[in-house]
Design a protein around this ligand. Structure first.
Ligand SMILES: [Zn+2]
Length: 82
């Protein structure tokens, strides 16, 4: 699993088949790369604008590794894609 820290990385992994974990003050969510919540604007606000203080983005192409992330929950919006 890798942490995504730049817009270029975000764009690369968004277009790669796999799984995003987005952490923030409300919890840790597991998303498909195709989920509408995996969004460049939100990424830019959280990670670039707010310097990851309240949220981080991770990517893995391994579903089981994603599921093993501590306290992660499946996103309600994209769980049919997971
Ligand atoms: Zn989602």
């Amino acid at each position: 699993m890798i942490e995504i820290t730049s817009v270029e990385e975000f764009k690369t992994y968004k277009s790669t088949s796999g799984y995003f974990i987005i952490t923030d003050t409300t919890g840790r969510k597991l998303h498909s790369n195709r989920c509408t919540f995996v969004d460049l604007k939100h990424f830019s606000e959280k990670v670039i604008g707010n310097e990851s203080k309240n949220g981080k983005y991770f990517f893995t192409d391994d579903f089981f590794e994603a599921r093993e992330y501590p306290k992660v929950k499946k996103c309600e919006a994209c769980r049919r894609l997971l």
